[in-house]
Ligand binder design. Structure first.
Ligand code: SF4
Ligand code: ZN
Length: 472
């Protein structure tokens, strides 16, 4: 019997959309409950790679306790005459879709943020060793990317080893990201586009430029260029820039044409440096979310690793439902971390001057990108966990939006005062907001009595007002 026939589960693109819920998982590898997780591709020389080899460092799948989450690392080493360093990111990004071809193995995100699960069903069917996932990956990679001549995969579950190599992986990612910092969109004639995520978000198209890394953060302009060169029929293709219609918003005829064609007409225009008008779409694997906060007319930013609610009360997971799916949503963007370092970061919307709140987990990673004069003027959840606290913080610190906030608040107060003056005599009940209250329903026919609550936060399940004499 051949290896292929013995494979315990199916391998097919039909499993790409498979989601494994917590109750159905045998084990979780990486994910939000685990600090150390990563995946990494390294280009090697031909004699450094043993083709087809799968190594396991730490306990294998059948030695992991059911229902638990584990540190996890996946190292893929490739070699071939055409395999070069530039291709590492692009090969690495394909770990996501090829892993998802394996029945009962779910893979989300990328780089330092992977989140995988093995289903109970697949485990029972025999997916009880990493060797199967490794063999599947090697087979798929070599079939789809024939320039890979040799490939070996090592799975790490030994916590110490995962941690040790995590540090190394972060350095590799940083070195890749740093490459595009020296070039600008004006310096090139060609952008690139990727549609790898259309299996999850069918209308989504990424436009990758020197100043705008992909929202997954895994493919920058150099990576995309290398991918398009070696795999011209693959998901990454060149996009002739065309005419620049708006250098501030970042609108290019070539990018628009590509978006329209590759989204099958769903989206027609992209502003590359704005969250308004025609924002770039997002799939689901963005490293961060930038969201508009209307009360202060500024932006908040949060990364996937941030667990709590953001300043508007919504956690990353809820915001993600607003951003994803390949739909243009004004005021919401999925962004790769490196884009925060771009000289064109949100340029049409005021750039960094418009940022008012950053989750502390993200802030740690992009501190170097924040202009010096704004460093103490942007809040994290420690300074502001509500909009009221944020407004206060921004005004106190003299954020560039502070004047506007003061003006808006003054206008609002004036309006309220005017309304109160113009109103007929009022009956103001004494209300303790935290105490459940039973009162009378105030209907228009209710004898001209108006109830005004000012400066109070009141949650009302049911309000019944009873007038003396029992009339209501
Ligand atoms: Fe490609 Fe964009 Fe998906 Fe990254 S997020 S894999 S660049 S489509
Ligand atoms: Zn995606």
């Amino acid at each position: 019997m051949s290896e292929e026939e013995k494979f315990p589960v199916e391998i097919s693109p039909v499993y790409e959309g498979e989601r494994i819920r917590k109750g159905d998982m045998h084990v979780e590898l990486g994910g939000p409950d685990v600090t150390y997780k990563w995946e990494l591709v390294q280009a090697k020389s031909m004699d450094e790679v043993e083709d087809g080899k799968v190594n396991i460092v730490g306990p294998d799948l059948n030695e992991l306790e059911e229902g638990k989450s584990y540190p996890y690392g996946v190292l893929v080493e490739v070699a071939g005459a055409q395999v070069e360093k530039d291709l590492e990111s692009v090969i690495e990004r394909r770990i996501h879709d090829f892993s998802n071809y394996v029945e009962g193995y779910m893979h989300l995100n990328q780089r330092y943020d992977i989140w995988c699960r093995i289903s109970k069903k697949a485990f029972k069917k025999g997916l009880n060793s990493f060797k199967w996932i490794g063999k599947a990956l090697i087979r798929l990679f070599k079939a789809e990317l024939p320039f890979i001549e040799k490939m070996q995969v090592t799975f790490y579950t030994d916590p110490e080893k995962v941690k040790e190599l995590h540090e190394f992986a972060l350095k590799v990612y940083e070195a890749r990201d740093a490459r595009t910092r020296g070039i600008r969109d004006e310096d090139v004639d060609t952008f690139y586009s990727c549609v790898l995520c259309q299996s999850f978000a069918p209308q989504h198209v990424c436009i990758i430029t020197p100043n705008r890394v992909s929202l997954c953060g895994a493919i920058n302009w150099f990576d995309a260029r290398a991918a398009a060169r070696v795999d011209p029929k693959g998901p990454v293709i060149p996009v002739p820039k065309g005419e620049c219609l708006d250098p501030i918003k970042g609108e290019y005829t070539g990018a628009n044409e590509c978006v329209e064609k590759r989204s099958l007409g769903a989206n027609k225009r992209f502003y590359l440096y704005s969250a308004f008008g025609y924002p770039h779409t997002s799939c689901g694997c963005f490293e961060t979310i930038l969201f508009y906060i209307p009360e202060v007319d500024g932006f908040g930013c949060v990364d996937r690793g941030f667990k709590g609610p953001t300043v508007n009360g919504l956690p990353f997971s809820t915001l993600a439902t607003q951003v994803g799916g390949g739909i243009q949503t004004e005021g919401f963007l999925g962004l790769g971390i490196e884009y925060y370092r771009s000289s064109k970061f949100m340029q049409a919307d005021g750039g960094w001057n418009r940022v008012v709140w950053i989750a502390s987990t993200l802030r740690k990673r992009i501190e170097d990108a924040i202009p010096a004069e704004l460093k103490d003027k942007i809040a994290t959840e420690k300074e502001a966990s509500t909009i009221e606290e944020l407004e206060k913080f921004l005004v106190e610190k003299g954020h560039p939006l502070a004047e506007k906030i003061k003006e808006r608040k003054a206008a609002l107060a004036a309006e309220e005062a005017k309304a109160a003056e113009a109103a007929p005599p009022t009956v103001t009940p004494t209300v303790t907001p935290t105490v459940p209250m039973e009162g009378v329903v105030a209907a228009p026919s209710f004898g001209g009595i108006k109830i005004v609550f000012s400066g109070a936060k009141i949650k009302v399940g049911k309000l019944t007002v009873v007038v003396e004499g029992g009339k209501s």
